[in-house]
Design a protein around this ligand. Structure first.
Ligand code: GLU
Length: 377
């Protein structure tokens, strides 16, 4: 076992994070008997304010709507039926979002509520929409408070646990670090509550079958995600170029503790978020082609988005968010990108100025046909 913990990888430094996603579990926020833990949340707001002051973008993925709502509604202990979890989420979420607003506003930080469903990340068009919205919020300096839309999600269409949701959000926004604040201080070779010989990993560089075999079952009553879901989250995060840490979140100021060397496990990616995203786009099979003129080629090479004005020919049957090939004037392959219009729309607006889009289609849309962030050349 000793050889396994000697992972030589370099742990990321949270004070150097560009874009940080923090996942907060229900058990940290909500006390069954007393409700919301205000002191903890206030201290967390200080951590967030410090990160923001360093120039780090922050997204919070917070659980707790169901746990809060069930306390307010005095629902019975134990597993809730779906209808009751949905009702509890409706009652709890509004309080949860308000609590974040109240602790962050004194630091001059604006919060926004973002509720997502599994489909928002699985469907490419909706994925691009939620990505654009989160990007805009972050650009405006807002701290988005994200949760699953539990009120409308049924069991078949649920993430169910916010560990995987947080990883998906981290990849969606191109975060470089994801911190799962949990009730355990890291990833162990066995369940530390059952096996005294279990050892904690400092850094995991690759999720091997041996590592997967070590993930046990859920160990906390309030939260949904056990080590298995945390490992799935880690896989998603590192495939997207985002490092992920699991650490004990219960003491006040967990992020400060992390910066000061608190116990944790880091899962480290091989690539950065941009590289990972480009690889992801590059691996997709194009559903159509856009042939562009020489002016557009020059603009693309200079790092610009592809505007409809530079497009000469549209072929294929693609929908919004689908991958398409970008070809030069002579039909030479230039790159690939996720297109923001359907094939029929692209046909109609090709060769036209972005300002004419609304007049042609009858509705407004994005100025670019392919945004530069969604393109690989
Ligand atoms: N979305 C759920 C809630 O806010 C929590 C899911 C989880 O615990 O991971 O209550």
């Amino acid at each position: 076992m000793a050889t396994l913990i000697a992972a030589p990888g370099i742990a990321p430094d949270i004070t150097a994070a560009k874009r940080l996603v923090i996942k907060i579990g229900s058990a940290l926020l909500v006390d069954r008997a007393r409700g919301l833990r205000h002191d903890w949340l206030e201290a967390l707001a200080q951590d967030v304010a410090e990160a923001k002051a360093r120039g780090t973008d922050v997204v919070i993925v917070s659980s707790g709507s169901i746990a809060l709502g069930r306390t307010v509604l005095r629902l019975p202990a134990g597993e809730l039926v779906l209808e009751h979890s949905q009702a509890a989420a409706a009652v709890g979420q509004i309080r949860l979002a308000r609590a974040y607003e109240e602790v962050l506003a004194p630091h001059g930080i604006t919060t926004g509520q973002v509720l997502v469903t599994l489909e928002d990340t699985e469907d490419r068009r909706r994925y691009l929409n939620s990505r654009a919205t989160l990007e805009t919020l972050l650009g405006l300096g807002v701290v988005p408070i994200v949760n699953e839309n539990d009120t409308v999600a049924t069991d078949e269409i649920r993430f169910g646990d916010n560990d995987r949701l947080a990883a998906q959000i981290a990849v969606t926004v191109g975060a470089d670090q994801l911190i799962l604040l949990s009730d355990v201080d890291g990833f162990y070779s066995a369940n530390p509550k059952q096996d005294p010989a279990a050892v904690r990993f400092d850094v995991v560089e690759r999720i091997t079958p041996a590592i997967e075999a070590m993930a046990g079952d859920p160990i906390s009553g309030l939260s949904k995600g056990g080590m298995k879901t945390k490992l799935l989250a880690a896989k998603t995060a590192i495939a997207g170029g985002c490092a992920m840490a699991i650490m004990e979140g219960s003491p006040l100021r967990p992020l400060q503790a992390l910066a000061q060397g608190a116990a944790r496990t880091w899962f480290v990616p091989q690539a950065d978020p941009q590289q990972a995203r480009k690889r992801w786009i590059n691996a997709m099979k194009p559903r159509g082609e856009l042939r562009v003129d020489a002016g557009a080629v020059a603009a693309l090479l200079a790092g610009k988005s592809l505007l409809p004005a530079g497009v000469r020919l549209v072929s294929g049957a693609f929908g919004r968010g689908d991958p398409v090939a970008i070809l030069g004037p002579a039909g030479e392959a230039l790159g690939k990108g996720l297109v923001r219009y359907t094939a029929a729309e692209a046909q109609a607006i090709a060769g036209h100025k972005s300002g004419e889009i609304e007049a042609i289609l009858g509705y407004g849309g994005r100025a670019a046909l392919i945004h530069r962030d969604d393109m690989v050349l």
